[in-house]
Design a protein. Sequence first.
Length: 210
Amino acid sequence: MKRLVILISGRGSNMEAIVKACAAEGWPASIAAVISNRPDAGGLQFAADRGIATAVVDHKAFASRDDFDAELARVIDGFSPDLVVLAGFMRILTPAFTARYERRLLNIHPSLLPAFTGLHTHERALAMGCKVAGATVHFVTAELDHGAIVMQGVVPVKPGDDAKALAARVLTAEHRIYPQSVRWFVEDALVWSGDTVQHRDGAPQQLLLS
């Protein structure tokens, strides 16, 4: 059984999708804890209601990013995770932290990486006239929004879209590809080839939604 720790900063809709999929699909895994850097994160209550351990490491209580990351790692390690999942965790992590969890730290980003790293992805996609948009699940490295891609979900950009409409469509894709990616990790289905990752049986690593 793999042990998963999920980090959130807000309502945690991707966390919810992962928790529900784990239970419904009978993964050989357990959600060991949900941890937030914000004490008011709505997702903490969702986890607590399902008997999942929760913890808060408030970034505002620390003088430096290094100090925060050190305490966060200490709390995470107390749950002995096989995988740490960033699900809307809105903190930039230090190189020391990402190295500590190398190849067992996943993130989801609301763009088709390597396009539109950072913030305001939907606004930037619309401004560039993109015809498709999407989300990317990737392993985390010290470089922001980089690292081996596990899966991408692609959605159309429709006439009349604004950032809110596009974000909602992309979020639907996120709720599909993130649980699938975590399940692949849990099932030891991901194979490294240099700096890239493939599914051991050649399963499609992209999802196209209309």
